[in-house]
Design a binder for this molecule. Sequence first.
Ligand SMILES: O=C(O)c1cc2cc(O)c(O)cc2[nH]1
Length: 330
Amino acid sequence: MEERQETVTSMPSVLNFAQNQDNRSIQSPKIVCTPPTPGIYASFAERQAQMPRSSPLTIVHGDHNMRDIDRPPPGDIGGRVRRASSKPNLSHQRSAYFEEAFSVKDVDPARARVRSEAIVMADVKTNVIIHDEFDFITALSYHLSTRYQRPISSIVVTLQHGACMLFGGTFDPAYVMSIFALPSELQPITNKRNAALIQKHMLEAMGVVPSRGFLRFIPTSEEHTAWNGRTLAGEMDDLSRGPGVSTEEALGEGISNRTKPKKRLSGFGATKSAPTTGISAEEPTRLEQMGASESTSQKIIGHQRGDRLLTPAKAPKRSKSFMALVFGGR
Ligand SMILES: O=C(O)c1cc2cc(O)c(O)cc2[nH]1
């Protein structure tokens, strides 16, 4: 089957919107996509995408009428009908109540700290080609670190760009983002605020309007997230048990670097992980090899080498290097 490659470099409708309130320039989105080839191999989604738009649109699946679409698809500007509510404040009151009722308040400061440093992960997929992917991913990491009030070493961002994406029936620039975090971080009111702020960030970073972005906030409990061979729940249990007894030891499955009295060493590059991965903590990262800006590469390499907190106010004092300790260097 012949593949048609089409590069869309300007999207007037998008670029009109890609203007920041303070008139800062916004990267013009570039998308590369293979539009559906009309013909017998077209999938259901492809055929659906080619259907002429009339309102209301009736989707016929097999012999059955599935449903009428009585509102515009994501990205359609205008025509969005808001339903008047007879009790405007009820849902707000209800979510505020649930947010309060189910918020996790740790009285134990050690547990509170673990929680405040739990990983927040964002998976981004977009049909836009992002040329400065390091800048983009770094900026998004810092944005999320502010939004979720945790060190940059607790943020994970993955980026898949130049993806073929049909978003609301068009191939115009768009993105989807899934954010995984503890349920306490993803309460309704927090999500409302973060949705607006994260989508504003995405508009500034890649020029895609909020109506062409879809966010999913995915609460992931302590039991369902793990790092370095241990769930967050496991780490919390270890804290409750006190120093010296880790989950693996309690289960009789000691991991070699876990046999000593436990001191919390969270952070992806923490030296505890070196024996398991077999990667030297002093090896240059890809960022260094790619010649990323010094500030960025230092920040990221800093935490690869075991510095947990990168925010200047919290950055721990660097300890003497191994070489300095062995050879008495200053
Ligand atoms: O064992 C730890 O230090 C540990 C496990 C774990 C799991 C998790 O999902 C986190 O976000 C942090 C974390 N630390």
